[in-house]
Structure formats: C-alpha cells, structure tokens
Design a protein around this ligand. Structure first.
Ligand SMILES: [Zn+2]
Length: 254
C-alpha cells in the first residue's frame, strides 16, 4: 500500500508542478511584454489567437500539437514545455527528499518564485522587486512553522544580511577596480531574499554553488550578457535540499 501511496503523492506533486510551471511561463511572458498579469485570456505569442482550454494542458498540449500553434502553425518554443517539466521534477524531488512537510511546501513555493524571476531575468536582465517581496513574505509567513521562532528569525536575518551584505561589498569593490558592472542590484536583493531561507552557513554554501552554476551557464549560453538570476535560483534549490547535510558534514570535520 505504501508504494501506491507514494506514487500517488509524487504524481500529484508532478502534476501540480507542471500546472504551476505553465502558469509561471505565461506570467513571465506577460511581465516581459508589459501585459497585465491578472487580466485577459491566454493567447498565442505569434498570431494572438485566444487559446482553448485543450491548448493549455501542461506538457500534454505541447506534445499533442507537436510543438506548433493549432491556429497559425507557428512553432512554439520548447522552452515552455522544458519549464513545465523542470518544475514538475522540482516538486517531485522536494516531496521525495523532504516528505509531506512544511519544508517541502516551503521549497515548492520558493521554487515557483525563483523560476518566475529566472524566466524574466533571462529575457530582460532584471529581477522585478515583486518577486523579492513575494519571497520575503513567504519566508515571514512560515516563521511560526519552523520549530523555534527565535532561531528561525535570527538565522534568517543573519543569513540574509550577511550574504546580501557580502555580495554588495564584493560588487562595489569589483566595480571600482574593473570599472565594469558585476552583479546587478536585483542579484544582490535575490541573495538577501534567499539568504533568509538558507541562514548564514547554507547561504555561504549557496554562494559557492551559485558561482559554479553561473560559470557553467556562461559556458553553455550563447548570450553576450549572462543573467545571474537563474544561476542563483538553481543554486538555492540545490542548497535547500542538500545544504543542511553538507554543512553538518563539513562541521563534523573539526
Ligand atoms: Zn498562433
């Protein structure tokens, strides 16, 4: 019975992830194109035709239509379906590693915020403040559910201020020395917001992973300018899952 129960939970998580991924795709597209996020039906990005409900089923619609718009026949970017699959996997992995817990819920919602801001950052090299604020609110909402309220509050604030502060200082020095712009303001705010969730030690680990992922991205992306938001976001997801274990292991060496 337990096997069936687990399969059911993962399937549910996967479907929810794909649905949210589809919604965030649309939301990011609208932010990038300065459209109202809340109003209006979904439409094809090329011909503008309103999409029917059957065109909006995550992953399934894309496969059924063979990646083409039903109305104009134009190719739909595979990025949309990749994003849906990524968030589905992110939800399943969170549930598998953390079980049905507040931590899993925390990570799933944070993943949504990180994914959305990454999609926007990829297009316009900006992380709108509304995502940073959404993250801070989500962190604050969960304070009473993380065991010790005092510890959760202190660890978060120290993590946010320390990691955000270090990056602000490094960027300031880097800009002064090289005369180039290093990290953008949005990246530093993102380090602050995610530092709240991670605390100082895992936050530090996150910095290291973000640099490695960032270098990896810059090797693979064919863009001149590399947005750092997606790399930080990916690193935060990894740190939230593996971080506590890695930090514990590291501290046990001394
Ligand atoms: Zn179309």
């Amino acid at each position: 019975m337990e096997v069936f129960y687990n399969v059911y939970i993962y399937a549910l998580g996967g479907i929810l992830g794909a649905v949210f991924g589809s919604f965030l795709n649309c939301m990011a597209w609208r932010i990038v194109h300065s459209e109202n996020v809340m109003k209006g039906r979904s439409h094809c990005a090329v011909c503008g035709h309103q999409l029917a409900t059957s065109d909006l089923i995550p992953i399934v619609s894309y496969l059924a239509l063979r990646g083409k718009c039903r109305y104009c026949g134009e190719k739909i970017s595979p990025r949309y379906v990749v994003v849906e699959i990524m968030l589905a996997l992110a939800f399943i992995l969170a549930l598998w590693q953390l079980g049905i817990t507040v931590e899993a819920l925390e990570l799933c919602v944070l993943s949504c915020i990180l994914l959305a801001l990454s999609l926007v950052d990829l297009e316009i090299y900006q992380i709108p403040n509304r995502f940073i604020i959404a993250g801070i609110v989500w962190w604050a909402v969960l304070i009473p559910f993380r065991g010790s309220v005092t510890y959760s509050l202190l660890s978060g604030l120290v993590g946010g201020v320390a990691i955000g502060g270090v990056m602000l200082l490094l960027t300031f020095v880097f800009d002064k020395i090289t005369g180039k712009e290093g990290l953008g303001g949005g990246d530093i705010k993102l380090f602050f917001m995610t530092g709240l969730f991670l605390g100082p030690l895992t936050g530090l680990l996150n910095l290291i992973i973000a640099c490695i992922v960032g270098i990896g991205f810059s090797l693979f992306m064919k863009k001149k300018k590399i947005p750092f938001g997606p790399a930080i976001s990916m690193a935060v997801y990894i740190s939230m899952l593996a971080g506590p274990g890695v930090v514990e292991w590291y501290l046990s060496l001394f």
